[in-house]
Design a protein around this ligand. Structure first.
Ligand code: C2O
Ligand code: CU
Ligand code: CU
Length: 496
């Protein structure tokens, strides 16, 4: 009985969205007959999709048999003008021993290299599309003019290339890049297109934090996948309109990874690069760690935590002090369900001396910003392929919001629940880093008092942010569940 009512509720809420009616105040039970209007397979697809989101497939434990791969750092081709070449290409990758999986990658067959910029750098990147389909090169979190941001308007056809230039004006942070073609983002990321950007500045170089790339400064890109019986990434088979979830975790493209570390402080730059899965990261011993950075920069002070949750596209930098942990027993990074994500092997070498300074940044939310009225409202609603922002689906020809360059405005983002309760939507805005003013009227948690470009918004939650754009142009804002983005849960803000 319970389930039947639930089914009716889904059918109705979907019909209501589909029919563009805003009157969904009638109780579900009275509209049972409406189900008949729905074609059965659509109906069960939707049910499965939503149910599987409520009860997400668990991740298999990592056996730890493969040492974690560390993305290579992309070399500059010319010291002065800082030229990089980034090619999107197709290839074959041995993810499973002895089997080749067809994958996409940047400058390689799978995932991409790390691009290391310094604040003040004038960067020139030659982007080349060697795929057999259109793609774009989007720099997630980077504060650049909209014409180099790589949104859906900037598609490169197969074989095309484009040189982009920008100056790095923001502070030290961990950003990333990925494709953004209209309707195809989810599949291209799923196939392997994603890479990291590190920004360093005077501050990051003077703090004394671990900075030995691949030794005690480790990027961790978390992506869950489903492999078919031929060990291929078959996106259309794995696809879920509400966000594609897999049972197999890859970290930096490594299956069954483990990380060998010295007895020292190790900085882990966590990136949720998954299409849809959320992760709550913890140590299996219950020990705490410190978070030092959010999406767009350092926190003012390190925050002690026992767990940190990241929704798709969010980042957190944490430091785990392996010299202080009892390493006799097995140590691992696990998720909320206890699945082993990354076992650690702690060598008896003592490693570098690094420290976590008490003060790292001067981030502040000013009185003025806190007093600003809400001038932009964004309402996230729906599920599956019926997702909308302010009741509309993405239209590349429509400007949804306009904002003046250099002027701070307060946006209020509301996640409107559906009759089944709804789901978390990770909300992202291009071209800027913003500040969280409040979550449901309350101050954000300590580890969110830093620059953000993506935030998790729970059903019925109302989040206020203060945002300013440094550059002009048309930027996207969207849900970072990639299937929701592709299904139109995206809008455009024009900065003039
Ligand atoms: Cu990660 Cu529209 O971006
Ligand atoms: Cu982005
Ligand atoms: Cu969403």
């Amino acid at each position: 009985m319970g389930i039947k009512i639930k089914i009716a509720a889904v059918a109705i809420s979907l019909l209501v969205i589909g029919g563009c009616s805003t009157n969904n105040s009638q109780p579900a039970e009275e509209k049972d007959h409406d189900i008949g209007e729905m074609d059965h397979s659509t109906m069960s697809d939707m049910m499965e999709g939503h149910m599987s989101h409520d009860e997400v497939t668990s991740l298999n434990d990592s056996t730890g048999e493969n040492e974690l791969k560390i993305p290579s750092m992309l070399e500059r081709e010319d010291e002065n003008s800082i030229v990089y070449t980034v090619r999107a290409q197709k290839g074959k990758t041995e993810i499973f021993d002895g089997t080749e999986t067809e994958t996409y990658g940047y400058n390689g067959s799978f995932l991409g290299p790390m691009l290391r910029f310094e604040k003040g750098d004038k960067v020139k990147i030659r982007t080349i599309n060697e795929l057999e389909e259109a793609t774009t090169f989007h720099w997630h979190g980077l504060e650049v003019a909209a014409d180099v941001d790589g949104g859906p308007h900037d598609a490169l056809k197969p074989g095309e290339e484009k040189v982009i230039e920008f100056e790095v004006t923001q502070e030290a942070s961990t950003l990333w890049f990925h494709p953004h073609p209209k309707g195809k983002t989810a599949e291209q990321v799923y196939n392997g297109l994603a890479g990291l950007i590190y920004i360093e500045d005077e501050n990051s170089k003077s703090l004394g934090l671990p900075t030995d790339y691949g030794k005690n400064d480790i990027p961790l890109i978390f992506q869950d996948r489903t492999f078919d019986d031929k060990k291929q990434l078959n996106y259309s088979a794995a696809k879920n309109e509400d966000g594609t979830i897999g049972d197999t975790l890859l970290i930096n493209g490594t299956l069954n990874p483990k990380l060998t570390v010295n007895k020292e402080k190790v900085r882990l730059r966590l990136l949720n690069g998954s299409n849809a899965r959320n992760y709550t990261f913890k140590l299996n011993t219950g020990d705490s760690f410190v978070q030092i950075a959010t999406d767009g920069g350092y926190l003012n002070e390190p925050v002690n935590l026992k767990e940190v949750t990241l929704t798709p596209s969010e980042r957190a930098e944490i430091v785990v002090d392996f010299s202080q942990l009892n390493t006799e027993n097995d140590l691992a990074l696990i998720n909320e369900e206890g699945s082993i994500l990354l076992p650690f092997e702690v060598s008896d070498q003592s490693g570098a001396i690094s420290r976590i300074p008490g003060e790292m940044n001067d981030f502040s939310l000013t009185e003025e910003e806190m007093k600003l009225p809400v001038t932009k409202k964004v309402e996230l609603f729906g599920m599956m392929d019926m997702v909308t922002i302010n009741g509309k689906k993405f239209d590349p020809e429509r400007i949804d919001l306009t904002q003046q360059q250099g002027v701070t405005e307060v946006w209020e983002i509301y996640n409107k629940p559906d009759m089944m309760g709804g789901m978390i939507h990770p909300f992202h805005i291009h071209g800027a880093q913003f500040k969280i003013i409040s979550r449901d009227g309350e101050e954000p948690p300590e580890n969110e008092r830093g620059w953000k470009d993506s935030i998790s918004i729970k059903p019925d939650e109302r989040v206020k942010i203060a945002i300013q754009f440094k550059h002009k142009g048309v930027y996207m804002f969207h849900c970072h569940i990639l299937e929701h983005e592709d299904n139109g849960m995206m809008g455009q803000v024009k900065v003039e």
